[in-house]
Ligand binder design. Structure first.
Ligand code: ADP
Ligand code: MG
Length: 700
């Protein structure tokens, strides 16, 4: 059989620009394009025409239903399927789909968290089409990417603030570009390419672990004799079963127009990575959500389970997501790319400094944008960047900034003092030390790589904060420079001030080093929020509320609801983990220990009955140690039960999250420690769960 060629099916399930151009009347296409590119209002007659063409296209591809696809605040995506079919007067069915149905939907949203925004009598929110993200077909359903709002217009999803943040950044960046004479630019966009890490294990092993099933991570498990010490997985060949999965996954993603490009093994056994080619941020966000969903579906087809949890295995590297981020104009210029001319260089340095200022001023927002119960296990655990946010620029770019700050000659070039807008920046190569993976926020030549995201995070959260913080820095710059009589001098002064004021956030060293934590917090005054409970309440700090509302990315009510929902997610997730810990300990682990003790005690009795002089060192040692461990596990469960009871008395969600941090998580850890010790003593056939070795080396 002839192999189907990739170009034949690439994007075949997406209502993308290519498809729109071919199926829409020219007038409709142009009008829609204007909406997509310039945010012009979409007229209902245009929407009707788009809906009709979209439906025809989808039905021809076998779709029977449509859904408004959106991202509620719980982290997953949601969809409510409606059939295209409407009864026709003659008793048959006709396929219907109007512009109104395309533009707006009413999911029964009473079950999605709103953090108190929506009064209970108002049980419904509505979804609104985001024409800047393409519709696609998945499982015979036309999925229409949408924003999700309450009737009062408050955002109840992750897409709405992301779109607003992109608009805010565009508006301020255009002001700056005008100062450099670029009147032609109408839109500035941020682009993202995110590298997604994940684990693959067999379904057979997964099914034997209640912890993986209920919580996505193992709550028990002694370390395997072999882990990631040898780095042999990273450099090793991809296993056949994994290769089959990757091939199939690529094909499914390509059909949806997602340019999955690279795939390789990661550091930990059973860990892999996928990176798509970067695209506009809101599209990249939708595509990443879709990628995570498709990964899990394709894995299931191959008898595998794809784990997206940040820390499925203790003692083994967890999974993150690197958010490669850049800013570019609608004329195709990457504003984070050092230019060829003095003018371009000045412009580049301005945008670079705006990012530095933004990251320093709003480190707390960036930290909390990646905060989840799962990600708390990675950050600062010597495998991912610390919870302290800092920027890596590399030695050369750092030296250039030093020279600007101090008006000293830059030694890399011809040893002269640089004047912005006059001198060409010395060429600097992409710093090879960017392989230093310990920095949370690294400049990599023409983009920044924000590396603190967890593997299951929606990238919307990080990017809405990043975009808005940079918009704020650009706004401050624009306010200062717009009236300037001598732009060159004033800009130079502004950059000098920025560098002086914000250089504390720049750090090229090893972020895993203990001395960095000390230096960062004690000398530089950088924040170090270790847990979600620590950082999330800062969303409501006055400076943050002021900044986020001034750019109209959030309303005050939205911020309050978001803080509450994020903390609530954290508490719920850990509470489920605590209950699973209890269930496993009390109903499977303790009984298994008991059984093994019984077996050994019987053996001991038999041996002694043969002769009192037979030494039973092994039996005695194991029974006595297991008894101690069993008691300690049991004490731990009693304590944890009491702690869970205490959660009910918390006066608000902040207090509850503090109890989770201070009582529940340490309580679970205590039980786990004794149980993992016991696992090492109990015969394999008696232990109720597959070991770490079984799980990590399950895929052949
Ligand atoms: P690495 O060396 O870290 O693997 P790559 O160049 O392969 O870097 O890029 C990793 C990710 O960054 C990919 O998803 C890629 O599409 C994305 N990327 C590359 N250039 C840009 C850019 N200018 N803006 C945003 N993302 C980018
Ligand atoms: Mg990278």
């Amino acid at each position: 059989m002839k192999e189907t060629l990739v170009p034949d099916y690439f994007g075949s399930m997406v209502f993308d620009d290519r498809t729109m151009r071919s199926v829409l009347p020219a007038k409709v296409y142009n009008s829609l394009k204007k909406t997509i590119e310039q945010g012009a209002k979409l007229e209902l007659n245009v929407a009707d025409s788009v809906a009709s063409a979209m439906k025809k296209w989808a039905v021809e591809k076998g779709a029977t239903h449509y859904t408004h696809w959106f991202q509620p605040l719980t982290g997953v995506t949601a969809e409510k399927h409606d059939s295209f079919i409407e009864p026709s007067p003659d008793g048959g069915v006709i396929m219907e789909f109007s512009g109104k149905e395309l533009i707006q939907g009413e999911p029964d949203a009473s079950s999605f968290p709103t953090g108190g925004i929506r009064a209970t009598f108002e049980a419904r929110g509505y979804t609104a089409w985001d024409p800047t993200s393409y519709a696609f077909i998945k499982d015979k359903t036309l999925c229409i990417p949408t924003a999700f709002c309450s009737y009062g217009g408050e955002a109840l999803d992750k897409k709405t603030p992301l779109l607003r943040s992109m608009e805010a950044l565009s508006k301020q960046a255009i002001r700056i570009l005008k100062l450099f004479g670029h009147d032609e630019i109408q839109t500035v966009r941020t682009s993202v390419g995110c590298e997604q890490e994940y684990f693959l294990i067999t379904k057979e092993m997964f099914d034997k672990r209640p912890d993986l099933k209920y919580t996505g991570r193992t709550l028990f498990g002694a370390v395997a004799p072999k882990g990631q010490e040898m780095d042999d997985h990273y450099f090793g060949v991809i296993k056949p079963k994994v290769q089959e999965f990757m091939t199939d996954l690529n094909k499914e993603l390509w059909k949806l127009g997602i340019l999955a490009k690279t795939e390789h093994n990661e550091v930990a056994p059973a860990q892999h990575e996928l990176a798509p080619i970067f695209t506009t941020t809101n599209l990249a966000t939708d595509q990443n959500q879709l990628t995570m969903e498709i990964m899990q579906k394709v894995a299931a087809k191959h008898g595998l389970v794809c784990l997206l949890h940040e820390k499925p295995f203790a003692g083994v590297n967890g999974s993150g997501k690197h958010n490669n981020w850049s800013i570019s104009t609608d004329t195709g210029v990457n504003l984070l790319s050092p230019g060829e001319t003095p003018y371009e260089n000045a412009q580049f340095l301005l945008f670079l400094c705006a990012v530095i200022k933004a990251v320093d001023d709003y480190q707390d927002l960036l930290r909390l944008s990646v905060a989840t119960a799962g990600n708390d296990h990675r950050l600062g655990a010597n495998e991912a960047p610390p919870a302290i946010i800092s920027i890596f620029l590399g030695d050369e770019l750092s030296a250039i900034l030093d020279a600007i700050e101090l008006d000293t000659p830059y030694s890399g070039a011809e040893k002269k003092i640089m004047k912005l807008g006059v001198d060409i920046l010395p060429r600097f190569a992409r710093d090879t030390t960017d392989r230093n993976r310990t920095s949370p926020f690294a400049f990599t030549g023409n983009k920044f790589e924000f590396r603190s995201l967890g593997s299951s995070n929606s990238i919307a959260c990080a990017n809405m904060m990043l975009n808005t913080a940079v918009a704020e820095a650009l706004k401050i710059y624009a306010d200062k420079l717009e009236g300037s009589k001598d732009l060159q001098t004033d800009l130079h002064q502004l950059l000098k001030e920025t560098i002086k004021e914000h250089k504390r956030i720049l750090f090229n060293g090893n972020g895993y080093d203990d001395s960095w934590v000390k230096e960062a917090t004690e000398q530089r005054g950088l924040s170090n929020y270790k847990t979600t409970a620590d950082c999330m309440p800062h969303l409501l700090d006055e400076k943050n509320v002021k900044m986020l509302t001034s750019h109209k990315v959030f309303s005050v009510a939205e911020l309050h609801s978001r803080c509450e929902i994020m903390l609530d997610n954290y508490c719920k997730q850990v509470t489920i983990e605590a209950n699973t810990t209890l269930e496993m300990a009390l109903r499977e682990i303790l009984p298994a220990i008991e059984k093994y003790e019984e077996k050994l005690s019987n053996t001991l009795k038999v041996k002694k009955s043969v002769s009192e002089s037979i030494k039973c060192k092994y039996e005695e040692y194991v029974v006595s140690n297991l008894s101690k461990l069993a008691d300690s596990i049991f004490d731990g469960t009693t304590e944890l039960e009491t702690s869970i009871e205490k959660l009910k008395d918390a006066k608000d969600i902040i207090e509850e999250s503090e109890l989770i941090r201070d009582l529940i998580l340490p309580g679970m850890e205590k039980i786990r420690k004794s149980a993992d010790e016991a696992e090492k003593l109990v015969a394999k056939e008696f232990w109720p769960y597959p070991s770490y070795g079984d799980l990590l080396f399950s895929v052949k």
